[in-house]
Design a protein around this ligand. Structure first.
Ligand SMILES: Nc1nc2c(ncn2[C@@H]2O[C@H](COP(=O)(O)OP(=O)(O)OP(=O)(O)O)[C@@H](O)[C@H]2O)c(=O)[nH]1
Ligand SMILES: [Mg+2]
Length: 392
């Protein structure tokens, strides 16, 4: 490479030349001179609205949507079994708006007084065991027997994964179209307490609307099954053959809650394994203490996809109701007591944590507790004192 050092004059000349060349091809000035080119995102003028979209009917539809529906209208619609009104009432119950809470409570109060012979069935099992497929098959059977079926779901995690909701729409294809079935996916929410409470209230509305069988799907890996157990008459645990308990993520506690264990996917190459699993579970269940109501949980097998063994499950549920007799009603009474206490505890907790004065002090005291500058017990007392003072 040849290096040449320029004199000061040569350097100034060179700069002048470069400046001229640059201005002669200035892209900015060229761009400003040009008429503005059309962007692909530019909105086109659009066509004239066709006659059928008349402003009057649009305004009418909008006003109906906005219109606050009276509690009496909602109640009479529910009692007539109108699914649109039932859906609207459930949305009201699910709302976190405090303005809706009063009307929701009035609704529940009116609906809870209606006596029905409904059966509430909880269905649990690990993800993928076939709960939704089973509900589709079981629901179809029940509707052919003249029953009206409502399907609800308790799954607080669905707000994150959206898995269940999307899956259920495709897995309950026939039931969705069935006039005697009503399917309501779980409300998205992060707190199990909130989701479960709303499901409990939704059951009451569905029963008032004339649904005889309420099926509640929940994933059997967290605490949701305990909450669901506290709101159903019969608790059914779906299992797979050939997978150990640890693999299925099922805790011992859930087996104790079950009124029946059903080995699903007992079809094709899985048939033999399902038979063995059935024998093993029946044997294992003898190790558990007998149930308070005298019922011995039954182990059954089915293929939700091939509609095999579904009838036997319904027969078992009927047998349970017949043999447990008075206990059925007693259990519901106990559940009402549980929900009273549970609701009070939930509300007290929410009030405490939503208290602004508590929130302000909480972080400061937490820091001190973490660094062992103050004991957790003293800090808790101080926070509770702040809360109580605020209430006065
Ligand atoms: N072979 C066979 N497959 C089944 C059966 N039941 C369900 N499946 C399949 O298992 C997969 C999961 O079924 P789902 O009904 O979505 O399972 P789930 O328990 O509701 O799953 P989550 O809602 O995600 O917890 C699907 O691919 C079904 O087709 C059955 O009886 N036999
Ligand atoms: Mg499902």
């Amino acid at each position: 490479m040849i290096e040449k050092h320029l004199t000061k004059n040569e350097l100034l000349n060179l700069c002048e030349c470069l400046k001229k060349a640059l201005f002669s091809i200035n892209p900015i000035s060229e761009f400003l001179k040009k008429p503005k080119s059309k962007s692909a995102l530019e909105e086109k003028k659009g066509i004239k609205a066709p006659e059928v979209f008349n402003d009057k009917s649009i305004a009418q539809i909008k006003s109906i949507r906005k219109e606050k529906i009276s509690t009496d209208t909602l109640i009479s619609g529910i009692l007539k079994g109108e699914t649109a009104t039932l859906s609207r009432a459930i949305t009201l119950i699910e709302s976190n708006n405090t303005l809706h809470a009063k009307q929701a409570n009035e609704l529940i109060d009116a609906c809870i007084k209606i006596k029905t012979d409904s059966i509430r069935i909880g269905i649990t099992g690990v993800p993928g065991v076939g709960k939704s497929t089973f509900i589709e098959s079981f629901g179809k059977l029940l509707t052919t027997k003249g029953k009206k079926v409502a399907v609800l779901a308790v799954d607080p995690t669905s707000s994150v994964s959206k898995g269940s909701i999307l899956g259920d729409k495709t897995r309950m294809e026939a039931l969705v179209k069935n006039a005697n079935a009503f399917i309501r996916p779980s409300p998205s929410g992060s707190s199990l307490g909130g989701v479960a409470r709303k499901t409990r209230e939704t059951i009451i509305l569905c029963e008032a609307a004339g649904y005889d069988i309420i099926l509640i799907e929940t994933v059997g890996v967290g605490q949701s099954e305990t909450a669901v157990h506290g709101m159903v008459d019969f608790f059914l645990l779906l299992k797979l053959a050939g997978a150990g308990d640890e693999l299925q993520g099922i805790k011992r506690g859930i087996i104790e809650l079950a009124d029946s264990i059903v080995i699903n996917k007992a079809d094709g190459a899985n048939k033999q394994a399902a038979k063995i699993a059935k024998i093993e579970f029946t044997r294992a269940l003898h190790l558990y203490p007998p149930k308070q109501n005298g019922w011995t949980p039954k182990v059954l097998q089915c293929s939700a996809i091939e509609n095999q063994g579904i009838d036997e499950i319904w027969e078992t549920i009927k047998e349970y109701i017949e043999t447990t007799g008075d206990f059925f009603l007693e259990k519901r009474k106990q559940q009402n007591k549980y929900w009273l206490i549970q609701t009070i505890e939930d509300r007290l907790k929410a009030d405490f944590y939503q208290n602004k004065a508590v929130q302000q002090e909480f972080e400061l005291l937490l820091e001190k507790v973490i660094n062992a500058k103050i004991s957790p017990f003293v800090a808790a007392e101080q926070l509770l004192l702040i809360h109580r003072k605020e209430l006065k």
